[in-house]
Design a protein around this ligand. Structure first.
Ligand code: FUC
Length: 770
């Protein structure tokens, strides 16, 4: 993180594997003995009593998860630069380069910086308009307690240490950071803890950092050697050689998607001004910027082979960050990856997919020791050590559906790329998650449905249950299991494996509770009709079925769709940052572009200190508040969902276009079934031109707002029946149960057209408006 302060530049340094603690587990094996009594109390409606026991026997007695920690900050002090003019600071997200310029004492100073993946160093270049005018001191500050800061005879500045002990777990990540400078003119000297530059014409600073981390159970790497090797390779290269290599590596991903929603004069204003004015000005380019910023953030914080983007991405300055800057896997970490496939960054999904594969190993012991079940389970948090125990307290921690939700990402990755080798590799993970539920589901004594008990609807506690969140068979968990079993059934069919297991899953799936529409016309969050229409809780977990899942659809399940709208309306718009990001996706799935846009306006509001609602900071980071990166990613996903949806059994174009985006174009989006939108243009809300590339072949079912034909002039066949493309297979949502008191008014849908076109792999198809 480059702060761009004039007299004291701060380059705040994070390395993705610098975490407190060391390999550890946090299961509470007492759970198993008390499971029967907890279940009985919940079934009897004594949630509070069950919660008291759960706090003792399910919630961990050990670590509640470890912390992602910063290494420290490189500080550059410039004496005599207190008075300056012409200050300009930018982050160019098309090149991933920051720049700060200003004029002081008649000299214009420029600093450019980037973090290079190909060269594994952070680089800053400082220049001045007049020779010999660069003089500064470089030193480290750090909140780390066990850091040693030193200089070396080779005039390097180093920082090294061991990360924190935390909650009884010994810190054991050894880290090392090295700073070396190349001067053009002037002199470089070192004292004990700082490097001193005098009268240089230009300076290039190289920063490398590394740790001893190899994997969640192996810290046998050599941090010193790694950091030294990265630096030794990079240092001989000039800034002029490294910059284009960095830009090329970055643009390989970034340039894949182009979005144009129009540009107005507002785009000329500084970003903080645009943010202030966004909800009252027509500034469509701000949405494009925020959208592409989300992609920039994912490219920068989630490279293949690295750790997944955590709660703050990688940009955490605090030694005790909010929620430890870890992985909250009851929504936040998944949300980080919603844009990955559809905004054409599938390779960057890998760190999250790998984390899921790791949890499928560590979570086996959790399933066995805590619940006596096979397969694997994870609760609502994890960290770099892939801890899978229950943390924080029963109100949050008893939820055990993370395995199902995370496995869905593996399945989604397959649906986009059709790679059967990948599916074969990850099938055991999906099967393991499903096996846990096969063993953990129990029969509900009243209605005989199969339910998870103890369960909860993440973090929400209904007043009717004395404010306890514990329950059995919550709607979200039922949806997750329905979706997981469906994916496991289809994967086993594709891979021609496990016929008997498939039958078991089919049998159990048919006994899950169906969704229910309650007395207020709402989608019920719990098995009992106890939702409070005034509840504005940020988690609306039972709408999981609407997004990211596809069990609630305007076309296939109109009653549930209407109930979901009632629920969304009850919960209201303004909330924490990530909650608003989720709502953009939901309103897109409601096919209501204007409401989705309203949420974008709410999200793109400056955060007001002390206010309850979230928003955006001046650097466009999402504010829960505090800073959490999930909202950025959630909104980027939501903007895509407004333009294109492919989860509902068809490729739906312009499903939720707001009035303010009547004209625009987008290129490079990816859809399920290996379809790629090479380009799409619209105006007056009409789809004018669409170029789609088929990478896997198969039927392309299009839903469009207006009639289209092939550019050759040929008509496209109207769609009939089920989409024969297997990637678009959708398992029928069971009929909902509807309360006698509920009024369910079906939502009027705009007329659309549905087409089928058989495609061949590798071919491109152009459609134009009729
Ligand atoms: C969940 C949310 C909070 C926060 C935290 C990191 O617990 O309920 O709002 O986002 O994760």
């Amino acid at each position: 993180m480059v702060y761009g302060n004039v007299e004291r530049e701060t380059i705040q340094l994070n390395e993705h594997t610098v975490w407190s603690g060391s390999p550890n587990r946090n299961d509470n094996p007492l759970a198993l003995d008390s499971l029967a009594i907890i279940r009985q109390l919940i079934f009897e409606g004594k949630q509070k009593e069950a919660e008291r026991i759960a706090n003792r026997v399910i919630i961990t007695k050990k670590s509640h998860g470890q912390k992602f920690e910063p290494i420290g900050s490189l500080q550059l002090s410039f004496n005599g630069h207190e008075d300056f003019t012409n200050y300009h600071r930018e982050l160019d997200i098309e090149r991933a380069v920051t720049k700060t310029t200003y004029t002081s004492n008649g000299v214009t100073y420029t600093r450019e910086a980037f973090a290079s993946f190909p060269d594994r160093v952070v680089v800053m270049r400082l220049t001045a308009s007049k020779g010999g005018s660069l003089s500064f001191a470089a030193s480290f500050t750090t909140p780390q307690k066990r850091a040693t800061i030193a200089t070396t005879p080779a005039k390097e500045l180093t920082i090294a240490g061991i990360t924190s002990d935390h909650e009884t777990v010994k810190g054991a990540v050894a880290y090392k950071g090295i700073v070396r400078m190349k001067l053009e003119g002037g002199s470089l000297n070192a004292n004990d803890t700082a490097l001193l530059v005098q009268n240089a014409n230009a300076v290039t600073i190289y920063i490398s950092a590394a740790t001893n981390f190899n994997s969640y159970n192996d810290l046998s790497g050599d941090a010193d050697k790694r950091a030294a090797d990265y630096l030794a390779k990079a240092f001989p290269k000039s800034y002029a050689t490294m910059l284009p290599a960095h830009i090329a590596a970055y643009q390989k991903y970034f340039n894949r998607v182009k979005l144009d929603l129009g540009t107005t004069d507002a785009a000329l204003l500084p970003t903080d001004d645009r943010l202030k004015k966004f909800s009252t000005t027509n500034d469509p380019q701000m949405v494009t910027l925020y959208y592409q910023f989300g992609r920039y953030l994912l490219i920068s914080s989630s490279q293949p082979g690295g750790q997944p983007a955590n709660l703050q991405g990688i940009w955490n300055a605090q030694i005790n960050p909010p929620w430890d800057s870890k992985y909250t896997i009851n929504i936040n970490a998944q949300m980080n990856y919603w844009p990955a496939e559809k905004t054409n960054l599938a390779e960057l999904h890998e760190p999250f997919l790998q984390m899921t594969r790791d949890l499928a190993v560590t979570g086996q012991q959790t399933a066995r020791d805590m619940y006596g079940a096979r397969g694997w389970a994870a609760h609502h948090n994890t960290d770099i050590w892939r801890a899978t125990g229950a943390v924080d307290g029963a109100t949050w921690g008893v939820w055990s559906a993370a395995g199902g939700w995370m496995s869905q990402h593996l399945w989604e990755h397959y649906l986009y790329n059709g790679d059967k080798t990948f599916l074969d590799q990850v099938y055991p993970v999906i099967k393991g998650a499903a096996t846990f539920y096969v063993d953990f589901l129990v029969e509900h004594p009243k209605n005989k449905w199969l339910v998870i008990n103890p369960d909860m609807s993440p973090e929400n506690a209904p007043a009717a249950h004395q404010g306890s969140s514990l329950d059995a068979g919550t709607t979200m968990t039922n949806q997750i299991i329905f979706e997981l079993f469906s994916a496991a059934i289809r994967a086993s069919e594709i891979l021609k494996k496990d016929a008997a297991f498939r039958d078991t899953l089919r049998r159990l799936r048919s006994r899950l509770p169906p969704m229910q529409i309650g007395q207020h016309g709402q989608l019920q969050e719990w098995l009992d009709d106890i939702d409070d229409p005034r509840d504005e809780h940020r988690h609306i977990s039972h709408l999981y079925g609407l997004f990211p899942a596809n069990q609630i659809s305007p076309y296939r399940t109109p009653q549930l769709h209407s109930a979901a709208k009632t629920t969304l309306t009850h919960r209201g718009d303004v909330s924490t940052g990530w909650s608003m990001g989720w709502k953009v996706n939901w309103w897109a799935r409601m096919l209501d572009g204007n409401h989705a846009y309203k949420l974008i306006q709410n999200q793109l509001s400056p955060v007001v200190p002390g206010s309850r609602g979230g928003g955006t900071y001046n650097n466009l980071f999402d504010a829960h508040p505090p800073f959490q990166i999930d909202g950025n990613f959630g909104c980027t996903s939501g903007i895509t969902e407004m333009l294109m949806q492919s989860a509902g059994g068809e490729l739906h174009l312009l499903p939720a276009l707001p009035d303010v985006w009547q004209k625009g174009s987008v290129g490079g989006l990816r859809a399920i079934g290996g379809f790629q939108i090479i380009s799409m243009e619209w105006s007056g809300g009409r789809l004018e031109k669409l170029v789609v590339r088929s990478t896997l072949g198969g039927n392309l079912r299009l839903r469009t707002p207006n009639a289209v034909k092939l550019s050759s002039g040929s008509m496209v066949q109207k769609a009939t029946g089920k989409n024969p493309n297997p990637f678009f297979g959708v398992d029928a949502t069971p009929e909902p149960i509807i309360s006698d008191k509920a009024k369910v008014a079906l939502i009027d849908l705009k007329e659309t057209l549905l087409y089928d076109l058989p495609t061949a792999a590798g071919k491109t198809y152009t459609f134009i408006a009729q």
